[in-house]
Design a protein around this ligand. Sequence first.
Ligand code: NI
Length: 173
Amino acid sequence: MTIRPILIHPDPRLKKVAAPVEQITPELRQLGEDMLETMYDAPGIGLAAPQVGVLKRVIVMDCVKDPEEEPQPMILFNPEITWASEDLATYEEGCLSIPEQYAEITRPAEVRARWIAPDGSAREEHFTGLWATCVQHEIDHLDGKLFIDYLGPLKRQMITRKMAKLKREKARA
Ligand code: NI
């Protein structure tokens, strides 16, 4: 497995709509494994393929935070929300493409999602709590949407300027 570099906002690739996966090839399974490795290394609880520069509809997640608990790595191809609760929940979200910036974002508290597993089988699951927030955040990435897009323009611009500065500093280092 390979840890892939994570794109940092602002980057035009993070604003694009990713293409559906038509067939799960060995390369795409490898991409999923690499994304999990990259996510755990960061560390984070979710990662979408556009964040590693691949404009395909693939996300990975593991929202088990307690190191005593069994990890639950998930690789989802073509994930889609099929139902969302009217109840909302607010979480302080962050993003591996927007390091060290956090904001409270309100989304449906529970969702159902369907996707294709690495073995090609169709899956559907009901997500609650942090998993529900995470799957919505990651699917947003596939549509070129970042959590800061839910914020007002001033706050979003402030974060974008900070990230642009961070990237300039990194490029010089
Ligand atoms: Ni993110």
